[in-house]
Design a protein around this ligand. Structure first.
Ligand code: PEP
Ligand code: MG
Length: 604
């Protein structure tokens, strides 16, 4: 029986394929597979081998500790771990599950863990109750060995639909994207970094689908519509047919708008804008150029770190950044300095345990605290600047001092490089990301020290409206047309222009065609967005007058409620774009494909 779910569509396109469910037992994702009879014995042997490997590891650890007194307790813990490894509830029960339920070792092990957790949860003694942590640790070690021993990725058949409770940006970037048709998660919001990575990998994705990982079984046929947010399990033959048609239509639509990539980014009355691309991975660069980007307006450097097993050193970073600079040349690249923390964590760096990471040690705060990490990155970026045009962008600036401290640090590094005989460009513009309300309040000061400003609407909206961008429960509050957001953009643009510097927008707002008229009307000079959307953004840009957009922006920025603004704004747009826009259920204006899509819905 067909079952339908609704989530938040965050990366367009339609994926149709068999489900692979990822069990979310941090720190590792667990793939779930059903086995054929012929595979069972091999799977049991694989599990036993992993147990042996972990035992060996614990024994070695114990040996390494020698007879040193301070480690007596650690040795006792290791003995406990060995006991857990051989405990029938873990060892025997898992083997039985593999044999009887015909499921892979990882999945069977997690089932055993769940049983053990149940027993622990009934214990009253708090100390003993906490010992379940030891079982978790041991299970994670076994999973690590299972993971190492099998090329997990090769177990995915091409065209798989990944279903997971949660996928961090680091996990998403490590997915074997060539084998994946789409993914669905229970957590996340429209501007979460996981959504951003999905766009970079061109994978249709839907986030915020409650309980989906409990509802889908491995191997179920699933349809994922990354634009409407629809997820359909076990579709009826008619539904499947309909979505196959929509899939074709979407691909045809993408082809149709492709040629806008090569047309100038300007309004009907000739007002020019710079349209650049947001990039997370080097591999995206060829398609960025094909889509008509005039450079990279935001290079999220942290994703390279997330792809590495160890912390990259200066030479590796230099090589990587140089490759990027050369590939995008003669256009510029804007390297945003490391923005780790928040929802992006690298296993090689210690961020400590934070109750609220979005308000914690993130981005520039982390870099100014861990100067050695910052130093390595900045030196590599400076050195790469000899290969083309490089701009630097500082994320999450919340005080004037952070800019000053960073600029001083940069000067020290330049002097250091000169002493060591390294060359770098004498003109590297420094931009400040405006994504914290305090930066808007202090925009007069910020503008004095910056060569350009870049408004990160994802975070600006998160911090202004107090909505966690990764939390699906408050995703409905994400509102780029909130009067507070519009007023802030207006203020930043005005001050930027008074100071004679360009103002760009690089959050997801700039990649959504329906917000282009208001951003242009507010006077934004540059937009940096997911390259996939550049053609359609140009198409929209080329179909209205700058003067009219200015009047529209002026009008709505003076309004006090979201409802008033949206009514006025979308009504105006309906007049302008009769031929290409429609308003869907949530008053979201969708372009082109969605119009066709809506028509289909209406005809159903
Ligand atoms: C933003 O916050 O709008 C932005 C562009 O940066 P990121 O999405 O990487 O936080
Ligand atoms: Mg940001």
């Amino acid at each position: 029986m067909e079952v339908r779910f609704k989530g938040i569509g965050v990366s367009p396109g339609i994926g149709i394929g068999e489900a692979t469910v990822l069990e979310d037992k941090k720190p590792r994702l667990v793939y779930q597979f059903l086995l054929n009879d012929s595979e069972i014995n091999k799977e049991v042997a694989r599990f036993k081998k992993a147990i042996e490997e972990v035992k060996k590891e614990f024994k070695q650890l114990k040996k390494d500790l020698g007879h040193r007194a301070p480690f007596k307790e650690v040795k006792q813990i290791l003995d406990t771990y060995m006991g857990i490894l051989s405990d029938p509830m873990l060892f025997k029960a898992t083997i039985n599950r593999i044999k009887e339920e015909k499921i892979n070792a990882e999945w069977a092990l997690i089932r055993s863990l769940e049983e053990i957790e149940k027993i622990f949860s009934e214990i009253e003694d708090e100390y003993l109750k906490q010992r379940v942590q030891d079982v978790h640790y041991v299970v994670n070690r076994i999973l690590a060995f299972l993971h190492k021993k099998t090329e997990t990725n090769t177990q995915l058949s091409p065209g798989s639909i990944i279903i997971a409770r949660d996928l961090s940006p680091a996990e998403t970037i490590q997915l074997p994207s060539k084998l994946i048709a789409a993914f669905v998660t229970e957590t996340g919001g429209r501007t979460s970094h996981t959504a951003i990575v999905a766009q970079a990998l061109k994978l249709p994705a839907v986030v915020g689908v409650e309980n989906i990982s409990q509802k889908v079984k491995p191997g179920d046929l699933v349809i994922v519509d990354g634009l409407s947010g629809e997820v359909i399990i076990a579709p009826d033959p008619e539904t499947l047919q309909l979505y196959k048609k929509r899939q074709e239509k979407y691909l045809r639509y993408c082809k149709e708008v492709e040629h806008y990539a090569y047309l100038p980014a300007q309004t009907l009355d000739g007002h020019k804008l710079k349209v650049m691309a947001n990039v997370e991975l080097f591999e995206e660069i060829p398609s960025v150029l094909e889509r008509g980007a005039e450079g990279i307006g935001l290079f999220r450097t942290e994703f390279f770190y997330l792809q590495q097993k160890t912390l990259p050193d200066e030479e590796l970073l230099y090589e990587y950044f140089s490759k990027v600079v050369k590939a995008i040349s003669p256009y510029p690249v804007t390297f945003r300095t490391l923005d780790l923390g928040g929802d992006k964590f690298s296993s090689q760096l210690d961020f400590g345990k934070e109750v609220n990471p979005a308000l914690g040690l993130r981005a520039i705060r982390f870099c100014l605290k861990q100067k050695d990490v910052f130093r390595t990155q900045l030196r590599a970026i400076l050195r790469s600047s000899i290969h083309g045009k490089v701009r630097l962008l500082l994320p999450l600036i919340s005080s004037f001092e952070e800019i000053i401290e960073t600029k001083e640090f940069l000067e020290t590094l330049k002097a250091e490089l000169t002493r060591e005989g390294y060359a770098f460009s004498s003109h590297i513009p420094i931009g400040v990301m405006i994504e914290v309300p305090s930066a808007v309040t202090l925009i007069d000061f910020m503008a004095q020290e910056a060569d350009f400003l870049s408004i990160g609407t994802n975070d600006l909206i998160q911090y202004t409206l107090a909505i966690d961008r990764n939390n699906e429960h408050v995703a409905y509050l994400y509102e780029p047309l909130h009067p507070a957001v519009l007023k802030m953009i207006k203020q930043v643009v005005e001050v930027g222009h008074k100071a004679g510097i360009p103002v760009s927008v690089c959050g997801e707002m700039a990649g959504d065609p329906c917000y282009i008229p208001v951003l242009v009307g507010l006077g934004v000079d540059e937009m940096s967005l997911n390259a996939q959307n550049i053609p359609v953004v140009k198409k929209v840009l080329r179909s209205f007058n700058f003067k009219e957009a200015q009047m529209l922006a002026e009008k709505i920025v003076g309004m006090g409620t979201i409802q008033e603004i949206k009514e006025y704004y979308f009504n105006a747009l309906k007049q302008w774009f009769k031929d290409i826009l429609v308003i869907s259920g949530r008053e979201r204006i969708e372009v082109g494909y969605e119009r066709e899509h809506q028509k289909d819905c209406l005809h159903e």
